[in-house]
Ligand binder design. Structure first.
Ligand SMILES: Cc1ncc(C[n+]2csc(CCOP(=O)(O)OP(=O)(O)O)c2C)c(N)n1
Length: 556
């Protein structure tokens, strides 16, 4: 039977197991929206295309499936780009579908034309402009395959409106075979043996884990290896949840706002085993001074990321789960790490994460109370800034896919729509967006999406009246010259109410816990406006470009 391009698209999405899409309509996607009118696919109308892309991203991070978003041509498509770049930087599988002007108008500056494949080339893993309806089914099949295999990432399909209307026979390709695209899933045995030997000989080994542990589902293998070898584990922001946050071998986050003991451990280690992490500058600080005494091992599915930032002694290309499984079989002798763990525990005892508890309303306290009230079982999303770092430091993530944050791009406005996507994907979980008063205003319009679709998320606004993280840098490095970082905020409680959500205001420490409990008991989206100490800072902190053991505000 012949189907139109729009119908082929819907059928193909169904074949891929897509349950939900986030998006926004327009002239160049009208045929698709017409098909959606009577399709069983759940469609969630966001209030901005950026919200749709972040929602698809949050859905993907929470569920491990591919997130899907759709927008019209021109401004709809360009509004998606921040969300696409965000997913690209954090290696998140999404498929973005955009409408395009009619094929014969492409290149003519037609109304609402934007060269979206050109614009997104550097921020997608792959992208397609479909000019012939006969290619469409295969393109969709390939797009999902590319997005979700190897190092995951966003794929874009740009679909001209006339192609959506053309008809052809719908043939679903059974297989995909893309020339030149063959991810390596298993590590080279010789390299793994080298690593096993290095581990046996090490006196001060450490695991440094990143988001790759989560995307490859390697947490179990990692835990079993770390426990049997007694090797401590430090994590990047993206890796949080990849190893249990309450485990005695866990050192917390490392890098710019990492714990003192994680940073000291890596700087004194003789073997750093990096798993699915990319040596981001927020982690390494000054690269030449990073882990100066260590042999460096890098396990990563993406060969291009190996030795990109830091020169690696033992490179291992492969899927983290497989490689750690292979490694387990190769370890013949266990290292003796007793002294090393003793030393790390001394650092830990002397330099715990801390804040001054002076009876005022502190953001760290708010995050701790969210942790207690949700028993550590919520999915936490974050915005960007101090709120993000406090959420990383003060909530403990015991399971993968429970901490969802914009790591690579650091996108303000990510957390709220991502929370929406996560809740749609995991309706049985509590989802909390830990937000700043600046960031939440970047996609606050998604309140309407939440309320209209009964997406029950909680938002904890750590309202300090400032663009806090930038203000912190101005305080520390620009002599407190607060240039354009003081905010003039709306009444968040009234604002939430005006959308049909619930707003709660908290100004005192003793109101924190009851407010959180109340929010959790309400079956609606709730904004809690925590009016926290305006000039609280995130510590410890490594100034940009310094070695990561040059921390301020955290050492005993
Ligand atoms: C889209 C975007 N614009 C600008 C920045 C730069 N930036 C990083 S943190 C920050 C301040 C965030 O303020 P707020 O959301 O109030 O959070 P706080 O740091 O106070 O917790 C800014 C402006 C960014 N990360 N993203």
């Amino acid at each position: 039977m012949k189907l139109t391009g729009a119908k082929i698209l819907a059928e193909s999405l169904r074949k891929e197991g897509v349950e939900v899409m986030f998006g926004y309509p327009g002239g160049s996607v009208l045929p698709i929206f017409d098909v959606l009118y009577d399709s069983p696919l759940r469609f969630i109308l966001t209030r901005h295309e950026q919200g749709a892309a972040h929602a698809a991203d949050g859905y993907a991070r929470a569920t491990g499936k591919v997130g899907v978003c759709i927008a019209t041509s021109g401004p709809g498509a360009t509004n998606l780009t921040t969300g696409i770049a965000n997913a690209y930087m954090d290696s998140i599988p999404i498929v973005a579908i955009t409408g395009q002007v009619k094929t014969f108008l492409i290149g003519n500056d037609a109304f609402q034309e934007a060269d979206v494949t050109g614009i997104t080339r550097p921020i997608t893993k792959y992208n397609y402009l479909v000019k012939d309806v006969k290619d469409l089914a295969l393109v969709v099949r390939e797009a999902f395959y590319i997005a979700s295999t190897g190092r995951p990432g966003p794929v874009l399909i740009d679909l001209p409106v006339d192609v959506q209307l053309q008809e052809t026979e719908f043939i679903w390709p059974q297989e995909v075979n893309i020339r030149g695209y063959k991810p390596t899933y298993f590590g080279h045995l010789g390299q793994i043996k080298k690593l096993a030997k290095a581990i046996t000989e090490a006196k001060k080994p450490i695991f440094y884990i990143g988001g790759g542990v989560i995307s490859s589902g390697a947490s179990r293998e990692l835990k079993s290896l770390a426990e049997s070898l007694k090797i401590p584990v430090a994590s990047t922001l993206m890796g949080l949840g990849g190893f249990p946050g309450t485990h005695e071998l866990f050192l917390g986050m490392l890098g710019m706002h990492g714990t003192v003991y994680a940073n000291l451990a890596i700087q004194n280690a003789d073997l750093v085993i990096s798993v699915g992490a990319r040596f981001d500058d927020r982690v390494t600080g000054k690269v030449d001074a990073f882990a100066p005494y260590a042999k460096i091992v890098h396990i990563d599915i993406d060969p291009a990321s190996i030795s990109k930032n830091v020169k690696v002694d033992i490179p291992i290309v492969g899927d983290a789960k497989n490689v750690l499984g292979q490694l387990q079989g190769e370890i013949k002798e266990f290292p003796d790490t007793a002294n090393w763990l003793k030393q790390i525990n001394e650092w830990r005892l002397n330099n715990p994460l801390r804040y001054k508890d002076d009876g005022k309303l502190k953001p760290q306290y708010v995050v701790e109370q969210i942790y207690e009230a949700t028993k550590g079982e919520a999915i936490i999303t974050t915005e960007v800034g101090q709120n993000q770092m406090w959420a990383a430091q003060w909530y403990k993530y015991n399971k993968p896919r429970t901490f969802i944050s914009s790591g690579g791009l650091g996108t303000m406005g990510f957390g709220f729509p991502a929370a929406m996507g996560a809740k749609v994907g995991c309706p049985e979980k509590q989802v909390f967006d830990i937000a700043g008063d600046g960031s939440i205003q970047m996609n606050i319009q998604e309140l309407a999406t939440c309320v209209c679709n009964h997406i029950n998320v909680k938002v904890a606004i750590l309202n300090n009246g400032y663009l806090g993280m930038v203000r912190q840098w101005q305080e520390l490095f620009y002599k407190r010259r607060y240039s354009h970082t003081c905010l003039n905020n709306p009444d968040f409680v009234k604002l939430a109410e005006s959308y049909g959500a619930v707003g709660i205001r908290v100004t005192k420490k003793e109101e924190v816990r009851p407010a959180i409990e109340k929010a959790l008991s309400i079956d609606n989206t709730v904004f809690i406006d925590f009016q926290v100490e305006p000039e609280e800072n995130v510590f410890p902190m490594v100034p940009a470009g310094e070695a990561i053991d040059r921390m301020i505000g955290g050492m005993a």
